[in-house]
Design a protein around this ligand. Sequence first.
Ligand SMILES: Nc1nc2c(c(=O)[nH]1)N[C@H]1C(S)=C(S)[C@@H](COP(=O)(O)OP(=O)(O)OC[C@H]3O[C@@H](n4cnc5c(=O)[nH]c(N)nc54)[C@H](O)[C@@H]3O)O[C@H]1N2
Ligand SMILES: Nc1nc2c(c(=O)[nH]1)N[C@H]1C(S)=C(S)[C@@H](COP(=O)(O)OP(=O)(O)OC[C@H]3O[C@@H](n4cnc5c(=O)[nH]c(N)nc54)[C@H](O)[C@@H]3O)O[C@H]1N2
Ligand code: SF4
Ligand SMILES: [Mo]
Length: 753
Amino acid sequence: MSEDTRTIHRICPLCEATCGLAVTVRGQQVEDIRGDALDPFSRGYICPKAHGLKGLEEDPDRLTRPLRRRGNDFEEISWDEAYAEAIERLSALRNKYGADAIGTYVGNPAAHSLAAMVYGPVLQRALRTKNRFSASSADQLPKMISAGLMFGAGLLIPVPDLDRTDYLLVLGGNPRVSNGSLMTAPDMPGRLDAILARGGKVVVIDPRRSETAAKASEHVFIRPGSDAAFLFALLHVLFAEGKVRLGRAEGLVKHVDEIRELVTRFSPERVAAFTGIAPEVTRRIARELSCAKTAACYGRIGTTCQRFGSLASWAIDLVNVLSGNLDSEGGAMFTRPAASRGGNRKDGALGGPGLKLSARKSRVRGLPFMFGEFPVATLADEILTPGDGQIRGMLTIAGNPVSSAPGVGRLEQAFASLETMVSVDFYVNETTRFAHLILPPPAPLQRSTYDLTLYQLAVRNVAKYSPAATQPAEGQPQEWEILATLAKGMLGTGHLTLQQADDESLAQIVREEVGDGGRWSGLTTNEALEMLGATPGPERVLDLLLRTGPFGDGFGRAAGGLSLSVLIAAPHGLDLGALQKELPNVLRTPDARIELAPSLLMEDVGRLEALLDGQPETHGASLTLVGRRHLRSNNSWMHNITSLTKGKTRCTLLVHAVDAERAGLLTGDMAQLESEAGAVLVQVEISEEMMPGVVSLPHGFGHAVAGSRQRVASQQPGANVNRVSDPGFLDAVSGNAAFNGLEVRLSRAPVCV
Ligand SMILES: Nc1nc2c(c(=O)[nH]1)N[C@H]1C(S)=C(S)[C@@H](COP(=O)(O)OP(=O)(O)OC[C@H]3O[C@@H](n4cnc5c(=O)[nH]c(N)nc54)[C@H](O)[C@@H]3O)O[C@H]1N2
Ligand SMILES: Nc1nc2c(c(=O)[nH]1)N[C@H]1C(S)=C(S)[C@@H](COP(=O)(O)OP(=O)(O)OC[C@H]3O[C@@H](n4cnc5c(=O)[nH]c(N)nc54)[C@H](O)[C@@H]3O)O[C@H]1N2
Ligand code: SF4
Ligand SMILES: [Mo]
């Protein structure tokens, strides 16, 4: 290695797997990216996307300086100008119409960035708007609601104890490709193979024989949107055959009888036409699951982004609890994160406030306000509908709603109509092309991070600090500085230096987290503040959370405990052991019990039951649409990186041969895919993977739009499935988008002459 060549060890920020990377850097140039063989969690595993991070560093289309709209184009401006103008525009709007005139949208990559996790909320507080939106309501919101109602906090989501389970029941997830979600673990393929190798079973319930299904012990097709009914039928069998056990949850659960009574109505026979699953298959799976030494039931996008997302999310954990697998080794367990914020964990306390439901409803459609946000499916309504509280300006951070939210056509109209729009993002893409100002943060390898969110859902207790591998462009601030500068401007404390403003916001966070010292006797906010030092930025907050966390050093009170400096001294990361038994202390419900029958969910069962005895809905030319992901893709971005996009077109509509024939379509044909909400032209791929009557199209494509500046992505634009997704088709409890299970029609594309 030459003198200025060095290797930095950190995690990959692209998906939830948190793989360890060894990034070799010369000067400011990334030379090589490999898996870190010494990372105790990932042991050298990476997927092809990690190499794309080098392409991202080098992408000439990635912005490093702020842009200001000028007519139909953008011009580069200085950071000082950009800050001043952003604050001025947003403040003017607020002065004219009130705080709610500014809408905010925070996208998925924010969950992978310590800066955004810490300073996003600081900025939101400064804006004072209640018109907050995020990718959560196009993703895991239903699971947060069921976890919140059952266990007391939105991130108290049990994860499969993947490395010890004997039986994994997967519904609506494809972890071999997505690398797992709400289940943080690197090397999902290896970990799933290991279940089979030790004689265990993986059973996949999915309307597509996905990559995970193809390598599972068993794959069962299910009609989209019917998982809750299937799981209730599974519980029906457990109750009927006397197989219900509470295991570790014994004495901690409430309302078992209500669930028994509820699932009596869901016999395997009654739900069979609706789910497409034969009664004997449901019975056999119920018996196998209950006979297995250990078992875990797990669901992902196919179970949350569908019209019964909350019921399905709830039913999954009912199965975990009532089969005796909650909190037991090899079952579904709670992670003990080294650092966390916001009430998901409070060590030493029994119980907590529980999930507080808000009575607030969205202005136009009356949709629920959950976890401080409105559903993104109604963002366009809130912008386009005049009246008090109308959104007139948007701030987007790390999000691309014009690609990822349902009803894209109307969202385009809405974004085009805004009086002002500020985006914190490093691409001009489907969404940011509407912005008046774009403030680009550094690329992910150019910032330090710690996975505050994902380590709360890891299948082992782990902690790893990731230093920056390279420096941002000359003069380019870190993302936390961008967010903190906007925040102080919006707070009216623009006269403070960043250091002063950061000291103030740290003091507030310390007051919230330390309070009266909690379990650390005698710890005062002043002592903590003093020991956290003077260097501004998210590291101080991380240090605070680590030191007061369950493995922390309590600011010197627990020798050998964790602090940021301990993590820095362990560049490959620390393994804090297998998941442990956490009941009952982990529960944050007011009575420290598990609520099996939350009324909000019980009340939604009628909506499901109303469909049960009707006709199967697929008839004639009508098909059902579901989504999928590809290994080399990352939602709507990383599509401008040649190493990831080369090869065959990925944005194809998978269609079963019988359905293709009916529509007169062959592989390679262009077809029109249409719903009540909109239509797109798609390339057809006939595939035996599909359940007849169901078609599959990935999201995140449709890059051929005027004004976007992604030269590589625009070469292989694909179709934007969310032009077809219906913003009216939702999970009723949460308002989460139901991308999966939408009724669509397919026909030959009109031929241009
Ligand atoms: N039809 C359909 N639609 C879906 C889904 C589906 O399955 N089907 N899935 C949904 C799901 S699960 C999700 S999570 C959403 C994702 O939806 P979004 O979060 O809205 O969009 P992303 O595609 O993740 O785009 C991320 C944006 O952040 C930018 N970015 C990347 N890194 C950073 C960073 O460090 N800082 C900042 N400031 N910006 C950054 C990128 O340039 C890009 O513009 O899509 C949802 N939409
Ligand atoms: N390579 C790659 N990895 C990713 C991402 C990416 O874009 N690319 N995105 C990341 C993000 S943001 C997320 S949230 C995760 C998502 O992670 P996953 O949920 O594991 O990924 P998906 O491919 O969306 O898998 C959803 C599955 O649900 C099935 N399905 C659809 N409808 C139903 C239904 O009604 N019932 C059942 N049982 N199944 C159904 C689909 O056929 C599909 O196989 O992946 C993350 N990882
Ligand atoms: S699975 Fe791939 S994208 Fe995900 S963290 Fe690991 S290397 Fe990165
Ligand atoms: Mo997601």
